[in-house]
Design a protein around this ligand. Structure first.
Ligand SMILES: NC(=O)c1ccc[n+]([C@@H]2O[C@H](COP(=O)([O-])OP(=O)(O)OC[C@H]3O[C@@H](n4cnc5c(N)ncnc54)[C@H](OP(=O)(O)O)[C@@H]3O)[C@@H](O)[C@H]2O)c1
Length: 314
């Protein structure tokens, strides 16, 4: 691929929204590297999607230690793209990574201990060829580690300059309230909560997470906003060979019941009548919910990304 010079018009068509009561603005559409950026994927295609995303004003890229497959390889791909293309733009990018799920064997490669979080972030920085990340997350709540230990590790990570901000993902309500208070008392306010909110899954709203975040000035980013592709036209006429569902690991065919398919077709027809796509409407719906900062989409092509960016109204 030719040398990369970012598109001069990259900030013309994106909207940025303040993340809670912080100084940080995030693009309304952010890009996640869970799928399509691993060692099993074609490097040049992953690179093309990242370049395209930045050209469209997507400044926020979201990773985790175990994205791939294999684990760690999405961060390696990202590190390579940093070296090949994005290094001159480091200060225009807001990069997050996480630790919380199984990453390496033995008792120190999983959950929420200080030992795990500290070691994992050091590994992530090496793979991504970065000195620091903008945002580091506890990827999940650990019922067996004192919350103070996990949260103090996050505070110390910021003090050490390895992350600028901290976030939590998939923590239950009361633990989230505790985290907000603990971090506030230690002068490292919680920047953002990452949770699954989409037209098919409204748990963070029902549980009260969104209200809490809003009251406390914490941002909220919605992961899997398209329900891994269900809330698009991808599966309306069968299961394409190259789709996530065909791979079968994270999106199983038995999830696509007749009832769900009927609902998706109805939403698709409604979108078409408005001159839009189902994906566009699904993303708009999330961005209209009170307290939401950004939608964190995935994409296996630049064409998908472009379709999804239509939800931005500029
Ligand atoms: N915190 C957590 O625990 C957690 C959990 C899950 C995800 N995440 C984050 O959220 C990010 C996004 O998750 P996700 O990939 O599940 O998001 P998603 O946006 O719901 O699904 C993305 C997938 O949907 C399909 N798709 C996207 N746009 C499309 C379009 N316009 N038309 C047709 N199909 C389209 C593609 O699948 P095909 O491959 O079939 O083309 C794409 O890979 C992740 O990368 C990660 O950063 C976090």
């Amino acid at each position: 691929m030719a040398n990369y010079i970012a598109d001069n018009s990259r900030y013309n068509n994106m909207e940025y929204k303040r993340c809670g009561r912080s100084g940080v603005l995030l693009p309304k559409v952010s890009l996640g590297l869970w799928h399509n950026f691993g060692g099993v994927d074609t490097y040049e295609r992953s690179r093309q999607i990242l370049r395209h995303a930045f050209d469209k004003g997507i400044t926020h890229l979201d990773l985790a230690n175990n994205y791939g497959p294999p684990y760690g390889s999405a961060e390696e791909t990202f590190g390579r793209v940093m070296d090949d293309d994005l290094r001159p733009y480091r200060d225009e990018l807001f990069i997050s990574t996480k630790a919380g799920y199984d990453m390496w064997p033995g008792p120190y490669g999983d959950w929420g201990s200080r030992k795990y979080l500290m070691a994992s972030l050091d590994q992530s920085l090496k793979r991504m060829h970065l000195d620091y990340v903008d945002l580091f997350y506890s990827h999940r709540y650990d019922p067996n580690t004192p919350l103070e230990e996990t949260l103090q590790a996050l505070v110390d990570i910021v003090r050490l300059g390895k992350a600028l901000y901290v976030g939590i993902s998939r923590w239950p309500l009361e633990a989230t309230r505790f985290a907000i208070n603990y971090l506030k008392q230690h002068y490292v306010p919680l920047l953002i909560y990452q949770g699954k909110l989409n037209m098919l899954d409204r748990e963070p709203q029902e549980e009260g997470i969104l209200d809490l975040c809003q009251q406390e000035g914490v941002g909220f980013i919605s992961f899997s906003p398209l329900a891994q592709g269900l809330l698009t036209d991808r599966y309306l006429n069968g299961v394409p060979d190259d789709s996530r569902m065909a791979k079968g690991k994270f999106l199983r065919q038995d999830m696509l019941t007749d009832e769900l398919l009927a609902q998706l077709r109805q939403w698709n027809e409604e979108a078409q009548a408005q001159g839009r796509t189902l994906a566009e409407n699904a993303l708009r719906w999330i961005l209209e919910q009170q307290g939401v900062t950004s939608v964190l989409v995935g994409a296996s092509s630049t064409e998908q990304l472009d379709k999804n960016l239509k939800c931005i109204k500029v």
